[in-house]
Design a protein around this ligand. Structure first.
Ligand SMILES: *Cc1c(COP(=O)(O)O)cnc(C)c1O
Length: 500
């Protein structure tokens, strides 16, 4: 595919796409010292600009364009009604410093979001403050820390983390001032129970575990894991990034977890990728209720009658770990998530999880004869394959992913979890039709065949994208954030575009 001309190349002196209205104030000189004399802006017409930006938007792959099985990220379709709700002027233009009397609608929405998240988790209280899953983790571990310290228990310095964990888990542990103790997994992909028991003593502050795990698997002996940590006085943190597998099916609070975070931008369908904005509310049981980051939304005055609404306002939990975010969390994301929950209702959310799990198992069973599935048992909402074959050692997960782009699919997550060699982590989500899943499965089977018959096809992929295989190492070392002027090395063999 030929690269389209850059907007700079379309520039023609004197051409202009905007017509400013006539001056209705006296003209005055601009301060010359502040003006640049050489400003190389493209001179283009309106239609050039429109075509430029539309083309750019089409180069970008997104969930509105096609299947996006990026495991652990839950790239489900984002219903557009969420956007309508978030753009209501009463929400979108609300000032965060407004008196509570003038923000009752927003406070009520946040209050009910807290209630829904508490119900789905089986927990007692929720704070919407954290701006992402990682910040929810941080909040959770700070709460665990404050809980122990408030009891005068100062010898706990370690947090246990399975080796299948998302990188944010050990990072969180270190940031909160603890030592992360890595636990091995057994041959089934579960936490090695003997290693866990050996690690449990009175220096353990708690354990972080993802359910279902990053292998997409439900820990077979989760109750034993929870009991072991509780028995030595530690608290249990559930990384809730994978809640899309469990809504209405299983409540972390009832399993015995003390604290968890949600990723509203994953489970509750708000657009994400490219770094945000997200939202990572934390939910806690009774033990941690006083420590929630705040302020949270509470009822300040009960309603007088059934026809009345209560007065909502801000409440700071007694021994709160404090604020985590300016103002009140990423409110726009909370509106979208609330809309999604209300549009689905309780039984709808239950269906979401059932279909997410069904779809992942459909993909797993269809591909198990073509790829190595390291833990081939009923999975949750995602399945992890090995992206290589013993008989074609030159092919890696990366090559399979790049080739998938030629079939117009976004690649799955590569090389995570770390405990599976050449991992390909596929999360179809519930919003894909059987036809889409079948097309993806077909593409994956084709690629497995190509890998054996014509491996060059994979090694040189992608073939149809505007920019072909890039040199990741060079890109990281020589970061170029501007497309003009073209740097000297761009013509070198390492910098390959498909126009070459
Ligand atoms: C996405 C994810 C996180 C981190 O969440 P962010 O919202 O990206 O900060 C943590 N753990 C797991 C398992 C995840 O998939």
């Amino acid at each position: 595919m030929a690269l389209e001309p850059l907007i700079y190349e379309l520039s023609s002196p004197g051409r202009c796409g905007v017509h400013l209205p006539g001056l209705d104030v006296p003209a005055s000189e601009l301060p010359a010292a502040l003006l640049r004399t050489e400003l190389d802006l493209p001179e283009v017409s309106e239609v050039d600009v429109i075509r430029h930006y539309l083309r750019l938007s089409q180069l970008n792959y997104g969930i509105d364009k096609g299947f996006y099985p990026l495991g652990s990220c839950t790239m489900k379709y984002n219903p557009k009604v969420n956007e309508d709700a978030a753009r209501l002027p009463g929400f979108a233009a609300l000032h965060p410093l407004l008196d509570i009397e003038d923000a009752q609608g927003a406070l009520m929405l946040m209050y009910h979001t807290q209630e829904w998240l508490a119900e789905l988790s089986g927990m007692k209280g929720v704070s919407l403050q954290p701006a992402a899953g990682a910040q929810g983790e941080f909040a959770g571990i700070l709460m665990i820390r404050k809980y122990h310290l408030s009891r005068g228990d100062t010898k706990r310095t370690r947090i246990l983390v399975p080796n299948s964990a998302h990188g944010t888990n050990p990072a969180t542990v270190s940031m909160a001032g603890y030592e992360a103790v890595e636990l091995p997994s057994d041959e089934n992909g579960d936490v090695d129970l003997d290693a866990l028991l050996a690690a449990c003593d009175d220096t353990v502050a708690g354990m972080m575990i993802t359910v279902p795990s990053t292998l997409g698997l439900f820990e077979a002996r989760l109750p034993d894991v929870i009991k072991a940590v509780h028995d030595c006085g530690g608290l249990m943190y559930m990384d809730g990034a994978n809640m899309n597998a469990m809504m209405g099916v299983l409540k972390p609070g009832e399993l015995g977890f003390d604290v968890m975070h949600y990723n509203l931008h994953k489970t509750f369908s708000t657009p994400h990728g490219g770094g945000g904005p997200g939202s990572g509310p934390v939910a806690v049981n009774e033990k941690l209720l006083p420590f929630l980051p705040g302020p949270i939304v509470g009822i300040l005055e009960d309603a007088g009658s059934l026809d009345d609404v209560p007065l909502f306002g801000w409440v700071m939990p007694e021994q709160s770990i404090g604020r985590l975010k300016a103002f009140h969390g990423n409110f726009g994301i909370i509106v979208r998530a609330f809309t999604y929950m209300r549009m689905n209702g309780g039984s709808g959310l239950h269906d979401v999880s059932r279909y997410a799990v069904l779809n992942a198992n459909y993909v797993r069973t269809a591909l198990r004869d073509h790829y190595v599935v390291p833990h081939d048992r009923t999975c949750g909402h995602e399945v992890v394959l090995e992206g290589h074959w013993k008989d074609v050692p030159g092919i890696h997960a990366l090559d399979i992913s790049k080739r998938l782009m030629d079939y117009n699919f976004h690649p799955p997550t590569n090389y995570f979890p770390l405990i599976v060699p050449e991992a390909l982590m596929i999360e179809p989500t519930e919003t894909e039709s059987k036809e889409t899943l079948d097309a993806f499965i077909e593409a994956m089977k084709n690629i497995a065949r190509e890998a054996h018959e014509n491996p060059e096809l994979l090694l040189e992929a992608p073939h149809i994208t505007p920019v072909g295989r890039v040199d990741d190492v060079l890109a990281a070392k020589q970061l170029v954030l501007c497309c003009v002027p073209i740097p000297d090395w761009a013509g070198s063999p390492e910098f390959k575009t498909s126009t070459d």
